[in-house]
Each structure stands twice: as structure tokens, then as C-alpha cells.
Design a protein around this ligand. Structure first.
Ligand code: ZN
Length: 229
């Protein structure tokens, strides 16, 4: 009996709480729509959010700065570091694609990296079409596919672009080994391949042995960013 009466008393409070929650949801959904233009860098980013912004600066082949100052790292690709072969070509290609333009960003399941950069698929309009910049950098031969879980939703599409770029000898694929010293063999995990001397390779439980780098790319593996095979 006592239990029942306390439940009856709690009811009006629960109704008020429900109404308050509902109104809060309405207010929040109005201020935080699915697609926004201006955003404060301190605002937390939700996974798979779509953001429209202007690119004020291209940092390199796979990262940019938006007009609100936030940095964006492209998902699923890796371009050569400064000073490496094809680094300046990759940067220039990225500049031609997005610099000063308005882009649409779709963040990954994991929306930011350890450096606080937004992880995104970046779209830009070109000749009436919407171009996925991440894919364009791979297709033009200025980036390799680089997988970081859980942001793998466009894996097949990006890998397909890499096959095209290799077949057509575009950009870096026009040079044997892209200017890198070759090894007698390479060691692979389920995602990466390494030079035999790489520290990370020694911690792979059952490494697969590859006879050349091409086998690694054929299998959809990404070259290690430390030993740069
Ligand atoms: Zn390595």
C-alpha cells in the first residue's frame, strides 16, 4: 500500500519532467540542425555530422583549415610528408581542389583524431558534380589508401580509386616504388605492411610475408607510416 501511494505522488512530477525534456529536445533540435554553416571550434562534433564551411588554407595533401580555424584531416588517405617525393604535388592538387572554396564535410564514426582535428570525407562542387576530395587525391595518384578503424565506410570506393590510379600510372604510381628503397620482402598484418626491420612488424603475431609492395596494395593493405615501405 505504501509503495502504491508513493508512486501516485510521483506522477505529477514525472509529467512535468517529461514536458520539460520534450521542450528541451525541440529547442536543441532547432539550434543544432543536421547541416550547419558556422560552427564554434569548441562545439563538440557529433559523428557523421554534415558541416558546410569555407577552406581558408591547405596544409598539405590530406589536411586543411576551415574559416572558423578548425583543422580537418581527410579520412582514409595518406599523402607524402613534406620533403618526400610527391609531397608538393599532393599539396598543389589539394589546393586546386578546395582552396578558397566552400566544402561539405561528413565526419567519421570517430569524428576527431588525437590532435583534435576533424576527421572527414570532404566534398566540393566541380563542373556541376560533387567530388569526394579524399577519393580524388587517391585517383590522381597523390595519396595511398590508409585505413584507420572505425572510419572505414568508404573503404571499397577508395580502394577502387587506388586500383585505377595504379593501373594508369598516375602521379606517384608513375615511378617505380614511388621513389622509395625496396626490400627483398615485406611483413604484413591484417591492415598494414612493413619493412622487415620495422619495430611494429616485430609485434605482429603471425605476419604475412609479401614479396613486393604491389602485393600489399593489391590486398588493400596500407603502408606503415613509420617505416614507409
Ligand atoms: Zn612499419
Amino acid at each position: 500500500m505504501q509503495h502504491q501511494s508513493s508512486r501516485r505522488r510521483a506522477r505529477p512530477a514525472r509529467v512535468i519532467l517529461t514536458l520539460f525534456t520534450l521542450s528541451l529536445v525541440v529547442v536543441l533540435s532547432r539550434t543544432n540542425g543536421g547541416c550547419r554553416t558556422a560552427r564554434n571550434p569548441s562545439t563538440p562534433i557529433e559523428p557523421r555530422e554534415s558541416i558546410t564551411a569555407r577552406v581558408t588554407r591547405v596544409i598539405d595533401g590530406d589536411s586543411i583549415v576551415l574559416d572558423d580555424g578548425s583543422k580537418v584531416r581527410y579520412i582514409g588517405i595518406d599523402t607524402p610528408e613534406k620533403g618526400e617525393p610527391f609531397s608538393s604535388e599532393a599539396t598543389r592538387n589539394n589546393e586546386e581542389l578546395v582552396e578558397g572554396k566552400t566544402v561539405r564535410l561528413v565526419t567519421g564514426k570517430d569524428p576527431k583524431d588525437q590532435y583534435g582535428r576533424i576527421l572527414a570525407y570532404v566534398y566540393v562542387e566541380a563542373h556541376g558534380d560533387e567530388v569526394l576530395v579524399n577519393k580524388a587525391q587517391i585517383r590522381d595518384g597523390f595519396a595511398t589508401y590508409y585505413e584507420v578503424s572505425p572510419n572505414i565506410s568508404r573503404r571499397e570506393e577508395l580502394l577502387h580509386a587506388q586500383v585505377e590510379a595504379r593501373d594508369d600510372h598516375r602521379g606517384m604510381w608513375g615511378q617505380p616504388n614511388q621513389g622509395r628503397a625496396s626490400e627483398d620482402y615485406y611483413l604484413a598484418s591484417s591492415r598494414r605492411f612493413h619493412r622487415p626491420s620495422c619495430k611494429s612488424a616485430s609485434s605482429i603475431r603471425r605476419p604475412k610475408r609479401l614479396t613486393n609492395r604491389g602485393d600489399g596494395f593489391d590486398q588493400g593493405l596500407s603502408p606503415c607510416r613509420t617505416c614507409k615501405p
